[in-house]
Design a protein around this ligand. Sequence first.
Ligand code: ADP
Ligand code: ASP
Ligand code: MG
Length: 469
Amino acid sequence: MKVIKFGGSSIGSPERFLNVSKIIISKIKTDYSIVVLSAIGGITDKLLDAIELASGGDPKYVDAFEEIKTVHNNFVSEIIPPQFQQEAKNKIESLLKRLHEKLNGVYLLNECSSRISDSIVTYGEYLSNNLMVYLLRSEGVNCDFSDARNLIRTDSDYGDAHVKFTVTNELLQKWYHSLDKNTIPIVNGFIGSDAHGHITTLGRSGSDFTATIIGGALEADLVEIWTDVDGVMTVDPRIVPAAVTLNELNYNEASSLAVLGGKVIHPKTISPVERHNVPVNIRNTFRPEIDGTFIGSTKIESEAGIKTITYLNGLSSITIYESESRYGHKILARLFGLLSRLDIPIITISKSAYNQTICLIVKNKYEELVLENIKLELVLEIEKGIIGEIVSKKNLSIVSAIGVNENNISHVSRKIYDVLENSGIKEINFLNDPASLNISFVVEENEVNKTIADLHEEFFTKSESVNVA
Ligand code: ADP
Ligand code: ASP
Ligand code: MG
């Protein structure tokens, strides 16, 4: 059994939607498959725009809603054969009507909680999934919509809910055993529900995660993630067109890539499949003949010395200068306590050995809150001069070399330093992660494109010409 997931970019136009239905039809000929589908590309953003306008009391939310409506109505008339259209139209219309009512409610109240926002934003998936069901049925495929709301249990952290795996795995196994194996289930990605039955979402791009949650729980033979590129590449191809597709990655490398900014898969995608040793294959819907990238448990060293380069933008540093060395560890303990109370994740932290300078990296959105609270927490130490200045800096990025060959760490680090020096890029912080074989450093966000292009040139383009020679 396979789980096959298609992202929004793969179904962004009526032709693309039809293309995906053909891939599904060809896949189910050979394997029983569970299909996971995202919203049509751009619709989730539009829904979020509509929610923001409505909750701000701006009647323009109706324009955003009308755009969503037009897109789906056009899809129905362009992809569903005329004799099947009425039924599909009725379903899409009733979903759109309900969506409009919810948005109108938000507009009238001038307010939208994150719980309500989740219940609205998931309409993108309800619409696309139902469209796919009607399209496949018109092609003679036996299929049914299965609502992930009944299959994936999460906490109530709306917008970025955490999955409760024990309950979820049980729900999924029960569901799977009850399925009529002559019917293909189409499951909405990105969605779960909490213990009260309220809809939750798994974070932006969460459909990848839905696919691996299902694949892991059911110990699928394979999870295929179909997207708009040939697989995982040596760097983001939108920034460095010379990027090359990788044949394989191991779980650790794929997970590092996802967490450290590689947008091709959602950050949490890997752990559910890694636990059950289920392989993942990233493939291109526009070039189904290509094998794509396989992700599994075996580590294969690369000739380039690293596997791929990632970047994660939108970060801030908070630096506490020169604490007296005998207090350094106590200040660290208090900082961790403070961040835990504020429930703010630290992307990374470093502390100098000499003057105890501590540097935290957090997301931009937390910068002011963290700075303010650290100053409050350490007010006495500041007054007594036990610590020096506390300064913050916004708009930073972490660049990472992922999947460094085990015996090559110092060579790769040296090469990275050379590239930074030759390119005149000032790195703010250099971090070694020998355990997961990644090397990361922090630079200003406006230097990211140059940094990754120059690194890519050094590790992949140059080494390729050397290999050829
Ligand atoms: P989907 O709609 O299928 O979920 P996404 O847009 O979320 O697709 O992810 C695919 C995109 O990820 C690609 O179009 C590519 O621009 C981007 N991307 C970023 N880094 C990488 C990488 N290392 N390898 C492949 N694609 C990447
Ligand atoms: N539709 C959701 C999003 O745009 C989930 C996904 O695409 O995976 O974030
Ligand atoms: Mg995605």
